[in-house]
Design a protein around this ligand. Structure first.
Ligand code: MG
Length: 271
């Protein structure tokens, strides 16, 4: 009896060892645990028409306390994201600056700010996908906004262009679809305001408040205080070259003053 049991155990072990290793990629799930990243079966967010906020031919001037990263004239604050081997001596950004905007030159690589920014910020970025509609799904007007340590905020022509919901415009790529699809037509200027609150850490580096990300697309909230696992405290901004000539303009950030560091004292009471 004992030897039969022992044989059965051996057979069981052999069978387990011969099983193919679980495919780690196919086991991945989005943060809600319900979907595979890029799942076409996921329900689509409702399509809405946003107001015309930020869509004018000329952008609105940045607020007075903003640090301007691109004002439509120069990429001096940016460098090329191409691999070093591609450009050993020259790291200047290779995208095309036109009057008031910059256009991706496909296959030159993404661009990245030379500076990194620590702490909590509001980031403002305006973008437009090509007027001439080419390709579909992820192949139409694809770019992306990467703020250091955070998931990609997808840039895509999502006007009448179906794709997986966690990869459409303003999705947190492969994680969260936007609450609504607030996309404008191809060629029209669109805005992102991305509010980044970095994780708050105690003296031992333990998280006391998770990082939070809020995204406003064309004046409409599409993610509100999404909690993220990252402990990263600073980051640069990079824009993706996904092979489509997407345009950007009016890029700035402003510190949130969430720690009250720049507060001024209340005025003295009137006599
Ligand atoms: Mg992208």
């Amino acid at each position: 009896m004992k030897s039969i049991c022992f044989s059965a155990i051996l057979i069981l072990i052999a069978a387990t060892l011969s099983l193919p290793a679980a495919d780690a990629k196919s086991e991945r799930r989005t943060p809600d645990g319900k979907w595979r990243p890029g799942d076409m079966a996921r329900p689509r967010p409702p399509v809405i028409t946003p107001s015309n906020w930020g869509s004018d031919e000329k952008p609105a001037p940045p607020p007075s306390d903003a640090l301007v990263l691109f004002d439509g004239t120069s990429l001096a604050k940016w460098k090329s994201d191409a691999k070093k081997a591609d450009a050993p001596a020259d790291d200047t950004a290779k995208w095309k600056v036109e009057s008031g905007y910059v256009e991706i030159v496909p296959k030159t690589g993404g661009i990245r700010t030379r500076e990194k920014f620590a702490g909590d910020h509001q980031w403002h970025i305006e973008w437009a996908t090509p007027v001439e509609v080419k390709g579909n799904s992820q192949g139409r007007g694809n770019s992306g906004v990467f703020i250091g340590g955070l998931p990609e905020v997808q840039v895509l022509d999502s006007f009448d262009n179906d794709t997986y919901p966690d990869g459409q415009a303003s999705a947190l790529y492969n994680q969260h679809p936007p609450y609504v699809n607030a996309s404008r037509k191809p060629g029209q200027w669109q805005t992102y305001d991305i509010i980044v609150e970095r994780a708050k850490l105690d003296d031992k580096g333990q998280v006391t408040q998770k990082a939070r990300l809020t995204v406003i697309h064309n004046g409409v909230i599409v993610h509100h205080a999404r909690e993220l696992e990252t402990k990263v405290q600073e980051g640069d901004l990079s824009l993706q070259d996904h092979g489509n000539p997407v345009r950007f303009r009016n890029i700035w950030l402003r510190k949130l003053n969430s720690d009250g560091a720049a507060n001024t004292p209340a005025p003295a009471p009137k006599q």
